[in-house]
Each structure stands twice: as structure tokens, then as C-alpha cells.
Design a protein around this ligand. Structure first.
Ligand SMILES: Cc1cc2nc3c(=O)[nH]c(=O)nc-3n(C[C@H](O)[C@H](O)[C@H](O)COP(=O)(O)O)c2cc1C
Length: 324
């Protein structure tokens, strides 16, 4: 029988009351879009980044989101009769960070126009929903706001996503096990296969899925293994100096350090320097052994000269970017 859901080791478990930070990280595994919710009341404009937005009902058209009671804009959201949900596009990370911080006139350097009930509609979004507040429900330290959608607008963009504490973009899932079909398509001539980037992306998908076997066998996530490799390469470094090598946001990187510390694989020195523990080094070496074997298996049948040439081309591209 085909295994639909492979067994993976537990990374972290517990009672949310004992470890709220771990609970929050666990909630953050759930991927969402990113919105900026806005409202206006008595001349005051407010906006905050929110990923708690969700669709509720088609008939009547209802959506919801939850607002933290301690946020500065909360009193205005509570008092306003309307709110607007601005769903961000993949080009709007800066806007998400901007509205994710408290304080200042958030609309000063942002281009927007008034929507229904005065709620600001931001430019450049993926779509927006202008809502009349239909109900409010208590939700612990948050208030759940239900809105009846009075107007929606959609633009031709791709969505900004948020998962595991970091921003991402949506790309179609390429099933690496679907090789015969994928190979057939790759032979086809045309724009789809003309560019190196497309080819590298597909090749990366194939190798990365194969390497996942090794990570799963060692009970490590992609982020954990990437961070451990960086710490082993630059031992004693602080997290902020490793960030450029990690291709990770600070939030996700900090979460990953916490996980590795809890797993007994990484220790943080008094000045914030990161080092692998002895167990961490052993686990890292075991992972590298597996990765070498898997990569060799995936590259089998390709001559060493071809592999060396391919490495050369990739290295040149990377070096050129580094010296530019
Ligand atoms: C990706 C992301 C999602 C967020 N989702 C929510 C949310 O759903 N509800 C909420 O109250 N705060 C959320 N926040 C936090 C607020 O945006 C943040 O507390 C902001 O500073 C509030 O602004 P204010 O204090 O000016 O009201 C989120 C932040 C980010 C970066």
C-alpha cells in the first residue's frame, strides 16, 4: 500500500501554558497569506499587518480576522463601523514590515485611497475586501472581528505568503517522483526550457527532495540542517553575522536556534556566539555522510567531467554576484 503520510520524528511537543514560545512557533508552521487591515474612525487612520484573516461564508459574504487587544490601533478598530482587508502581493514585504510595527503615522509614505467607511485601500495589493463590521467575538487576548464584504477588488499579482516565521512566495509543487512526465516536458523546446533559471529550479527540486530523505532520517528540518552547517563552517559566530549565509529572516533563524538548543545540538555562548555541541557535530557529520551518498546516487550516470563543468558554471555565477 502506498504510504500517504510518512512518519517523522517529533521536533517539539508540550502544553501551550508551559511553553508559550514553542506553542507560537508551532502555530507559525501553518502557512497563510499576509494582509494589512485598515480602518478609520473620527479622522484617525489605522492599519496593522495581520495573517489571522480567513474566509468564513459565501452567502452572506463573511470574512474574519483577530486583533490583539494591546495593539495601539485596537481602540480604533473596535470603534470603526468598517474595515478593509488589503491582501499583500509578493512585492509588498516592506509594506508588511511597515504595518507590522507600532507607532508613527503609518500612512505618511504609503500610497492609498479611501474605501468604504473611510478605511484606507493600499495601492499594489493582490486584492482587497471592504467590510462592514458584522459582529465581534471574544478571543482571549485577541478580539475576533467578523466582516460582511461590501466590495472586493482583485489585481493581477502573485501572493505574499508567510509560513514558519518567514515570508515566501507561491510556486507550483513539482513532484520529483513524477520523473517520466517531467523528463518528457523538459525535452520540449520553447520559452519554458530556454532559461537557465528554470532548469536550475527544477534540478534543485529534484536534488532537494532527494536530500530530504537524509534529513528525515536524522530527524532534522531543512532550516535546522542549514543552520547547523553554517555554525559548523563559522563556529562561534553570532546569529546576526550568519544571516546572510542562511537566506532566512531573523525571526525564523531565532526560532531554529531555539529548536536546536532544545534538541541539545547547539549551544549559545555568553556573548551570543553559536557552537555545535558534541552531539550536534555527530548529527551533522551523519547528515553529511547521508547527503554525500544521496547526491552521488542522484548524479550517477553523469560523467565526472560533466559534473565538474556544471560546478564551474555555477561557481562562476555565484562568484560574479559576490564581487559585483
Ligand atoms: C506576518 C504578521 C502577521 C501578523 N498578524 C497579526 C494578527 O493577525 N493580529 C494582530 O493583532 N497582530 C498581528 N501581527 C502583529 C501586528 O501587525 C503588530 O503588533 C503591529 O505592531 C500592530 O500595530 P499597532 O500597534 O500600530 O496597532 C502580525 C504581524 C506580522 C508581521
Amino acid at each position: 500500500m502506498q504510504q500517504l503520510s510518512p512518519t517523522v520524528a517529533i521536533t517539539n511537543t508540550g502544553d501551550p501554558k508551559d511553553d508559550p514560545a514553542a506553542f507560537r512557533r508551532c502555530l507559525g508552521q501553518f502557512g497563510t497569506g499576509v494582509t494589512v487591515i485598515t480602518a478609520a474612525h473620527c479622522g484617525e487612520l489605522v492599519g496593522m499587518t495581520a495573517n489571522s484573516f480567513s474566509s468564513v461564508s459565501l452567502d452572506p459574504p463573511l470574512v474574519l480576522w483577530s486583533a490583539k487587544r494591546t495593539s495601539q490601533s485596537f481602540p480604533t478598530f473596535k470603534a470603526a463601523t468598517h474595515f478593509a482587508v488589503n491582501v499583500l502581493s509578493s512585492e509588498q514585504i516592506a509594506l508588511s514590515n511597515h504595518f507590522g510595527r507600532s507607532g508613527g503615522d503609518k500612512f505618511k509614505d504609503v500610497s492609498w485611497k479611501h474605501g468604504i467607511g473611510g478605511a484606507p485601500l493600499l495601492d499594489g495589493t493582490l486584492c482587497s475586501f471592504e467590510c462592514r463590521k458584522a459582529a465581534e467575538y471574544p478571543g482571549g487576548d485577541h478580539l475576533i472581528l467578523l466582516g460582511e464584504v461590501e466590495r472586493f477588488v482583485r489585481h493581477d499579482h502573485s501572493p505574499l505568503l508567510f509560513a514558519q516565521g518567514r515570508y515566501c512566495t507561491a510556486t507550483d509543487f513539482v513532484d520529483p517522483t513524477d520523473r517520466p512526465k517531467a523528463t518528457g516536458q523538459l525535452q520540449a523546446r520553447g520559452p519554458m526550457n530556454e532559461f537557465m533559471t528554470a532548469l536550475m529550479y527544477r534540478a534543485h527540486g529534484v536534488l532537494s527532495a532527494a536530500l530530504d530523505e537524509g534529513r528525515q532520517a536524522e530527524g532534522l528540518s531543512v532550516l535546522q540542517s542549514r543552520l547547523m552547517a553554517a555554525i559548523e563552517t563559522l563556529p562561534g559566530s553570532r546569529l546576526d553575522s550568519l544571516l546572510p549565509e542562511l537566506f532566512l529572516g531573523l525571526n525564523a533563524a531565532e526560532n531554529t536556534v531555539d529548536e536546536l538548543v532544545q534538541m541539545g545540538l547547539v549551544q549559545v555562548g555568553p556573548g551570543g556566539g553559536l557552537n555545535l555541541t558534541e552531539r550536534g557535530r555527530d548529527r551533522n557529520h551523519a547528515l553529511h555522510e547521508r547527503a554525500r551518498a544521496i547526491e552521488a546516487r542522484e548524479l550517477s550516470g553523469i560523467s565526472p567531467r560533466e559534473i565538474a563543468n556544471c560546478r564551474n558554471v555555477l561557481n562562476k555565477l555565484v562568484e560574479r554576484a559576490a564581487t559585483a
